[in-house]
Write a protein that binds this ligand. Sequence first.
Ligand code: VGL
Ligand code: ZN
Length: 208
Amino acid sequence: MHPSAALLVIDMQQDFLPGGRLAVPGGDMIVPIVNRLARKFEHVILTQDWHPHAHISFATTHGKRPFLDTVEASYGRQSLWPEHTLQGSSGADFADGLDLPNAEMIVRKGFRVSVDSYSAFLENDHITPTGLAGYLRERQLSHLYLCGLAWDYCVGHSALDARELGFQVSVITDAVRGIDDEAVQAMTEHWLASGVHLISSDEVERSG
Ligand code: VGL
Ligand code: ZN
């Protein structure tokens, strides 16, 4: 790959795979694709969703229903989820079979109790940076290829923020899975309107 290219592997963690606490359908199917893709990149960066107990995004924190209810956070509406990717829990571990020996950096996110972070770049308040943009800029990694989970949330917002921060962004669509079909559709429209490119893992692998 181009020397300025980096592969961002978003939230490939046990809790997001079938059998996990916030399972993304087919999430396990992309593990071999991600492993193969990583061999093509000199720069591979992972994100790890990493929540404390009583996190704002947990339905249990508010006595509400996951997937259905929301809360008004200081930064706007926050969706509610089953408890997932608790710091240090086995559900927060990277997916079984994920094999990325050349990964150089792990960005943890969502570790503040009162702010969620879907995006690898900015927390859900859209103000607090994770530091990833600074890392990439300092290393002159300007062409980002995204894969992982979930299409409609963490991959989705990471791609949008990366575009806004001035990166070239391609999402490798057969190496991503989503939670909700309608949300996947809406996110894909946002991507296209923002100049996010959609490509296949075949195209990436053929491009050398
Ligand atoms: C995610 C919902 C809550 C994701 C993380 O990785 O897409 N979605 N936390
Ligand atoms: Zn989360």
